[in-house]
Design a protein around this ligand. Structure first.
Ligand code: GDP
Length: 203
């Protein structure tokens, strides 16, 4: 598929604010500064859809974007939501703020019936943080399909990519997991991710 349209629809802090129109949802989550906005902008080829925020942890709303996918083969189009979730693991967020964050995100994960998958972003350069591992395990435990994407792949060598992917799999406790290396600078991983979404939309 190709993305031929991307439009901001809504920001929500509670389920009542989720968009009324229901469509398949692809959610994106990760630690603050993991490269989520950059990835969303790379995927949609927009510069400012998910504003690259200068203040980590600042975006505390769930943002819905309506994306229009066009299939190369028959030129048919399909719409879906890209759901941008607030970053977790921001050191300066206090405990109570973290609790509010968690209950709000959990509500989204547990009430939305349209989630096709949750793309969890992890920085390829480092071993996953405890918050990454906790999030991954929580999603798996709650039967949400997780697709792990290792961001900033252009920052390390090709050899290091494979090595670090293996380390991330090990840390998450799933050695056979498929992890997609992604570079928002080079758009590496973009066509794979688009194919993956394209297949989701025909199901
Ligand atoms: P967010 O907080 O998760 O939305 O992260 P951002 O998208 O704002 O990215 C955080 C920082 O990492 C910014 O300085 C980006 O320019 C940088 N960054 C994000 N993705 C990539 C990437 O794929 N390659 C490189 N080299 N830098 C990246």
């Amino acid at each position: 598929i190709n993305i031929i349209g991307a439009e901001y629809i809504a920001s929500a802090v509670k389920p009542e604010q989720f968009p009324e129109e229901k469509m398949l949802e692809i959610a994106f989550i990760g630690r603050s500064n993991v490269g989520k906005s950059s990835l969303i902008n790379s995927l949609t080829r927009t510069r400012n859809l998910a504003r690259i925020s200068g203040t980590p942890g600042k975006t505390q709303t769930i943002n819905f974007f309506k994306l229009r996918a066009k299939y190369y083969e028959d030129e048919s189009v399909k719409d879906f939501y890209l759901v941008d979730l607030p970053g977790y693991g921001y050191a300066k967020t206090g405990k109570s703020a973290r609790k509010i964050w968690a209950s709000f995100i959990e509500k989204y994960f547990l009430t939305s019936e349209q989630i096709y998958c949750v793309c969890q972003l992890i920085d390829i350069r480092h071993d996953p943080m405890q918050s990454d591992i906790d999030m991954f395990k929580w999603l798996v435990k709650n039967n949400l399909p997780v697709f792990v994407i290792a961001t900033k792949a252009d920052k390390i060598s090709k050899n290091a990519v494979n090595k670090n992917i293996a380390r991330i799999k090990k840390a998450l406790g799933v050695p056979e997991l498929m992890i997609l290396p992604y570079s928002s600078v080079k758009n590496d991983g973009r066509s794979y991710l688009l194919d993956f979404i394209g297949e989701a939309l025909v199901e």
